[in-house]
Ligand binder design. Structure first.
Ligand SMILES: [Zn+2]
Length: 311
C-alpha cells in the first residue's frame, strides 16, 4: 500500500519541477496541461493572471499617472528557457548569476517607476507570445511585462508587492517591425542561457513615455508562471506597439528549441472571480500638471509610510 501511495506523490513532484504550457505536439496553450503541471497557488488561487479584460465592465476611476525612470544598460541578454528577458529578478544587480540567476545584491539600481503613486524598483522585462492578457477576447502576438517591486528593502528576495506594466503589440506588416526591439531582439540566444550584449544602449523610458500618456487598465492578479504568487499589481497599457512576423518568429523559434517544440509561452486566461478592473480617466492637457502633482504627493505619502514602518 505504501508503495502505491508514493507513486502519485513523486509524479506531482516531477510535474512541479517541469511545468509546461502545453503537451508535446499541441499548437496553442492548453489549460489542462497547465493545470496538471503547475500546481500550488496556480491551481488553488482565486486572483490569478492573466485575465481577459472586458472593457465594457472596467470601472473608470482616477488613478495616478504611471511614470518610468528606468536607468540601466543591458550587459547581457537572456533566454530563460521560457522566453526572452532583459535584466534579472533582483533588486539591484545587472549581472547574470549562472548558478541561481537570482539575487545578487551587489550592483547599481536599475531605476524605478511610480505605479499607483508609489515608487517601485524596476527588475526586469520579458516577453510572451502570444499575449497572456487578452482584451475583449482578442489575443495579441506579443506582450511585454516590465516587472517591479515596491521600494522596500524588506521585500528583497520575496515575490511580495510586485507590480507589472504590461504592453501589448499588434501585428504590423513586414515594413512595421518594431525598431526598438530590433536593437537587441536578434541577440537573444536560441538556447537557454545568456549572451553578452555589446550593442548600442537603448532608453526604455523614451519608448514608453508616449504609451503611458494614453492610460491603462489596473487589477490585482498573480505571477503568470509558477509559483503564481498573488498580490501583483497589474497595469496594462491601453496604447499598443507594433511588431512584425519576423520578430514574433524569432521568439517562437527560441521557445520551440527550449520547450520541446512548444513555440509559445502564454498561460491561459484565468477567471476574474470577484475582482474589478479599473481604467484611468483620459487625462486632458490641462490636467496633466495636477496629475503629476498628485503623483508626487503619493510618492511623499509612500515615503512617510516607509519611514514609519522602519521606526
Ligand atoms: Zn510575464
Amino acid at each position: 500500500m505504501l508503495r502505491v501511495a508514493l507513486v502519485p506523490l513523486q509524479a506531482v513532484a516531477v510535474g512541479a519541477a517541469s511545468w509546461v504550457y502545453a503537451n508535446s505536439g499541441q499548437e496553442s496553450a492548453d489549460a489542462q496541461a497547465q493545470t496538471d503541471t503547475w500546481g500550488g497557488l496556480c491551481a488553488t488561487g482565486h486572483e490569478q493572471s492573466p485575465i481577459n479584460v472586458v472593457t465594457a465592465d472596467a470601472v473608470t476611476t482616477a488613478m495616478p499617472v504611471i511614470a518610468t525612470h528606468f536607468d540601466t544598460n543591458a550587459s547581457f541578454v537572456k533566454n530563460t528557457g521560457h522566453g526572452f528577458q532583459l535584466f534579472e529578478t533582483s533588486p539591484e544587480t545587472h549581472e547574470f548569476n549562472v548558478d541561481t540567476s537570482e539575487v545578487d545584491s551587489i550592483g547599481d539600481s536599475k531605476g524605478y517607476s511610480i505605479i499607483g503613486g508609489a515608487k517601485h524598483n524596476f527588475y526586469q522585462v520579458h516577453w510572451h507570445t502570444p499575449s497572456e492578457n487578452t482584451v475583449d477576447g482578442k489575443s495579441f502576438p506579443l506582450e511585454a511585462h516590465f516587472v517591479h517591486q515596491l521600494d522596500d528593502a524588506a521585500l528583497h528576495g520575496t515575490y511580495h508587492r510586485l507590480a507589472v506594466i504590461g504592453l501589448l503589440y499588434e501585428l504590423g506588416t513586414d515594413y512595421e517591425c518594431n525598431e526598438f526591439l530590433d536593437k537587441f531582439w536578434s541577440e537573444f540566444p536560441v538556447e537557454k542561457g545568456n549572451a553578452g550584449y555589446s550593442g548600442e544602449n537603448f532608453d526604455l523610458n523614451a519608448k514608453l513615455t508616449e504609451e503611458l500618456s494614453h492610460g491603462y487598465y489596473h487589477w490585482y492578479g498573480s505571477l503568470t508562471t509558477p509559483p503564481c504568487t498573488e498580490g501583483v499589481s497589474w497595469n496594462l497599457l491601453k496604447k499598443r506597439e507594433k511588431v512584425c512576423q519576423r520578430q514574433v518568429n524569432r521568439l517562437q523559434q527560441a521557445l520551440g528549441s527550449t520547450q520541446s517544440g512548444i513555440e509559445f509561452n502564454n498561460r491561459v486566461p484565468q477567471p476574474l472571480n470577484h475582482r474589478i478592473v479599473t481604467e484611468t480617466v483620459l487625462i486632458q492637457e490641462e490636467d496633466v500638471n495636477s496629475a503629476v502633482r498628485s503623483t508626487v504627493s503619493g510618492c511623499f505619502m509612500a515615503l512617510v509610510a516607509l519611514s514609519a514602518s522602519q521606526v
